[in-house]
Write a protein that binds this ligand. Structure first.
Ligand code: NOJ
Length: 441
């Protein structure tokens, strides 16, 4: 494994900070979305979350306790620019600067995401991601962060861009429009925003690295000998992660995406130079990977079929498929031409019920899942893929979007109590460091 391998944990601003009315923060589309009954389970809001806006020092302490050497967190655009453009809220920016500096001082590389789904509500009122001008607004915001936070080790422009598509094409995520054409236009404007932000980064003089984080839920055919299953998987992959990977790493839309746009008569507003901008070279690629998705064109009961083939499932109904990360690494490199270092920026599993026994939350299922993820990373590394880091999602239980606080992904609870998995992960990192020290001797 790379000697500078990053062991990390990840969170995002909207999911942990709370303090939504503090120090001049503006509202985000999720603040508004939460308040519409039925959108978020139990009517949960972002208002308090894990209280990290106040308790960030406790978070740094947890990270030290875990022994990680990187922390992935995001900056809230409306906290830094309450109106999304124009005036900078210095108090908001200072919060992230303090956090980043404290991490760096403690030997924990700050890995900062600029956009983890919390669009300023003021920009939503100007059309949000449907408005092509958002690309310049995003680049201006990015510039403020690049200039304001010099201690960062890595910046990602976007986290899981598909969430933006989902917010416009479907109803379960903010802003919840439900129109396919909106989703595709939003995608195009997002990719433009990414390109412009990368351009600004290169001119900013900031010494960190720049990349983007895309989630890969690899679709695989239930029956690899059935051409309809094979085609369905290929189509879904192209329209999901392929929508971002192809433009960014090949400078064009995938032919399946182009065909889809034609078929649906969607005009995404392409202009000369767009593709060149989107495909600006990156320093790294962030891969979020949770699982694979097995698909059947005939609508077969996939779970049953997999069980009959010996697949194991977790309590929450998800398949235990430890090779998911390995497969995803392989596919982004071989199918999409990713040729920069890869960081697994998220891997984790969520449960609604977690049992406490003798004062400890016994999340053995999470440990089993994480062991699988780690094995997968090792396998990719052994086969020569350039994987340089692994982050558990998440440092602590937090606001799981439309599932609210009911779905828990943390190594720690919201009250910052360690679960058994925190001890497990600490042991993995410690073991790795000891082996490294032995090798040095
Ligand atoms: C992906 C997202 O980046 C994160 O916000 C979310 O909580 C996790 N996956 C778990 O669903």
């Amino acid at each position: 494994m790379n000697k500078d391998f990053l062991w990390g944990a990840a969170t995002s601003a909207a999911q942990i900070e709370g303090g939504v009315f503090d120090d001049g923060r503006g509202l985000s589309i999720w603040d508004a979305f939460c308040r519409i009954p039925g959108n978020v389970k139990n009517g949960d809001t972002l208002d308090k979350a894990c209280d990290s806006y106040r308790r960030w020092k406790d978070d740094v302490r947890l990270l030290k306790e875990l022994g990680v050497n990187s922390y992935r967190f995001s900056v809230s655009w409306p906290r830094v620019m309450p109106e999304g453009k124009g005036m900078v809220n210095q108090k908001g920016l200072d919060y992230y600067k303090r956090l980043s500096d404290a991490l760096a001082d403690n030997g924990i590389a700050p890995n900062i995401t600029l956009y983890h789904w919390d669009l300023p509500y003021a920009l939503h009122r100007l059309g949000g991601w449907l408005n092509r001008d958002i690309a310049d607004m995003f680049a201006d915001y990015a510039d403020v962060v690049f200039n304001g936070i010099q201690s960062a080790a890595m910046f990602s422009t976007f986290n899981e861009p598909i969430a933006v598509y989902v917010g416009y094409a479907h109803k379960g995520f903010a802003p919840g429009f439900g129109l396919e054409s909106y989703g595709r236009i939003a995608n195009h404007n997002l990719l433009l925003s990414h390109g412009k932000a990368v351009e600004r980064f290169r001119n900013s003089g900031n010494r960190a690295k720049i990349g983007i984080v895309v989630d890969v839920w690899n679709r695989v055919p239930l029956d690899a000998n059935d051409p309809r299953d094979v085609e369905l998987a290929a189509e879904q992959n192209a329209l999901a992660h392929g929508s971002y990977l192809r433009p960014i790493f090949s400078g064009r839309y995938d032919r399946r995406v182009s065909r889809h746009l034609e078929r649906e008569r969607i005009d995404i507003g392409m202009q000369d130079g767009d593709m060149r901008l989107m495909s600006a070279p990156l320093d790294f690629f962030g891969l979020n990977c949770y699982n694979r998705v097995v698909v059947s064109s005939a609508g077969k009961d996939v779970k049953r079929a997999l069980q009959q083939n010996g697949s194991v499932f977790f309590d929450n109904g998800e398949e235990f498929y430890p090779d998911a990360v390995y497969d995803a690494v392989k596919s982004v490199c071989l199918e999409y031409g990713v040729n920069v270092p890869i960081y697994v920026t998220e891997n984790g599993i969520g449960f609604e019920c977690e049992r406490e026994e003798n004062g400890v939350i016994n999340d053995d299922e999470r440990i089993k899942y994480l062991s699988g993820g780690l094995q997968s990373v090792l396998r990719a590394d052994k086969e020569g893929y350039d994987v340089r880091g692994y982050y558990v999602w998440s440092l602590m239980d937090n606001f799981e979007w439309s599932a609210g606080y009911s779905m828990k992904f943390g190594l720690f609870t919201r009250e910052r109590k360690p679960k058994k998995s925190a001890e497990f992960y600490r042991g993995i990192i410690r073991g790795y460091k000891e082996r490294q020290n032995d090798q040095k001797r």
